[in-house]
Design a protein around this ligand. Structure first.
Ligand SMILES: *Cc1c(COP(=O)(O)O)cnc(C)c1O
Length: 426
């Protein structure tokens, strides 16, 4: 077949786009050459429905080893007794846990979506909100932090079967112990979705939720810097609390129920090329270099947040404990929407995303906020001394977001600097 120039030209252009700009989307990162190589490998050709040693296809001897390596490395990384590395994405990992813990119509509780929660934590347009009865807890307006009092009161009153902690736009550490306590009190399962801060947790820079939650889910492609995918973990396996038994009458363990919920419950064949790449990424995350990287991610985020504050911006909760932050534009530029700000910044090759702020006066399509994160720029090699420079550039654009001359000037400055931080050698 002749080379598919239509698609390979687009891949080249996307690579150039990723290389020339300042990537501040909090959920994005750049994988290593080795992770990329594993993803683009012959492992994609293999069907391997089932689990290592128990497959529905022949010829799985080698992918069995590779999937087991991924599992063992992941266990070591977070101190887990059980892991499942097959979920195709974070949302798929959550779906498998919900299918394990809930029946259609059951009540579960997650963080309000306009306060930083994720689509798969009960949005009415997502399976989680369509199939189950989702109730929420919120942030406190004055502090920008989780309102644990409200969480407890609501949990006691509504008795959800599952409580979900974790968020897509929340810059603070969680009080997992407090949530576990109320979950135990009402007999609920406590799940933590650590999709965003997983890399910082792996490096020991934030509390490890495996010590508190019954079940933990994550993506592998955010701070963890692996291929796009999902994972499920348990610190300790436990007997399922609903008394489901095996044909022999023994009580099933949660690990068996979660495995069945992933396959055949919600997925077909695993992506063995992605699982191989996950193994590579977990191997990288076990190195001392990864810890140094995460320390820099956290330092960069703290300095970036302070630079915004110094420039007169409001940061929700007044700072960050992790890799991300949410800027409320309304104090400095009351008339500027997140939508317009995002578009102007993207035109200047500074990539970010509009985001609702807690108690936003605007819709999810307009928004009053922007979300920023440092995982990607830290992978590029930017250190804390560059954070003030980034905020200056952002503010120059936001002062006059329709001014094309300003945008062009900022873009040229960005491109001239980012050329100094090469991405992929090939
Ligand atoms: C990103 C994210 C997910 C979803 O991950 P996908 O791989 O996009 O499905 C789930 N939960 C949280 C909290 C997230 O931030």
């Amino acid at each position: 077949m002749t080379r598919d120039t239509e698609i390979f030209d687009l891949i080249r252009r996307e690579r150039e786009r990723q290389t020339r700009g300042i990537e501040l989307i909090a959920s994005e990162n750049y994988v290593s050459d080795q992770v990329m190589e594993a993803m683009g490998s012959v492992m994609t050709n293999k069907y391997a429905e089932g689990y290592p040693g128990k497959r529905y296809y022949g010829g799985c001897e080698i992918v069995d080893i590779s999937e087991n390596v991924a599992r063992e490395r992941l266990k070591k990384l977070f101190g887990a007794e059980y892991v499942n590395v097959q979920p195709h994405s974070g949302a798929q990992a959550n779906m498998a846990v919900f299918m394990t813990c809930l029946q259609a119509g059951d009540t579960f509780m997650g963080l309000n979506l306009s306060h930083g929660g994720h689509l798969s934590h009960g949005s009415p347009v997502n399976f989680s909100g369509l199939m189950f009865h989702a109730i929420d807890y919120s942030l406190k307006e004055e502090t920008g932090r989780v309102d644990y009092d409200e969480l407890e009161t609501k949990a006691r009153a509504e008795r959800p079967k599952l409580i979900v902690a974790g968020a897509s736009a929340y810059s603070r550490e969680w009080d997992y112990a407090r949530i576990r306590k109320v979950a135990d009190e009402i007999g609920a399962i406590f799940m933590v979705d650590m999709a965003h801060p997983a890399g910082l947790i792996a490096a020991g820079l934030l509390n490890n939720p495996l010590q508190y939650a019954h079940i933990v889910t994550s993506t592998t492609h955010k701070t963890l810097r692996g291929p796009r995918g999902g994972i499920i973990l348990m610190g300790k396996d436990f007997a399922n609390p609903w008394g489901k038994t095996t044909p022999k009458g023994e009580v099933k363990m949660m690990s068996a129920l979660i495995d069945s919920a992933v396959f055949p419950g919600t997925q077909g064949g695993p992506l063995e090329h992605v699982i191989a790449a996950k193994a590579v990424a977990f191997g990288e995350a076990l190195t001392p270099e990864f810890k140094v990287y995460q320390q820099q991610v956290k330092k960069n985020a703290a300095v970036l947040a302070q630079a915004f504050i110094d420039k007169g911006y409001k940061i929700i909760s007044g700072g960050t404990d992790n890799h991300s932050m949410l800027v409320d534009l309304r104090t400095k530029y009351p008339d500027l929407t997140g939508k317009v700000a995002e578009k102007a910044l993207v035109a200047a090759d500074i990539t970010t995303n509009k985001n609702m702020v807690p108690f936003d006066s605007r819709s999810a399509f307009q928004t009053s906020g922007l979300r920023f994160g440092t995982p990607a720029i830290t992978t590029r090699g930017l250190k804390e001394d560059k954070m003030g420079w980034i905020v200056e550039l952002i503010d120059t654009v936001l002062q006059d977001p329709e001014n094309e001359q300003t945008i062009t000037k900022v873009r040229e400055t960005v491109n001239a600097e980012m050329v100094k931080y090469p991405l992929y050698a090939w």
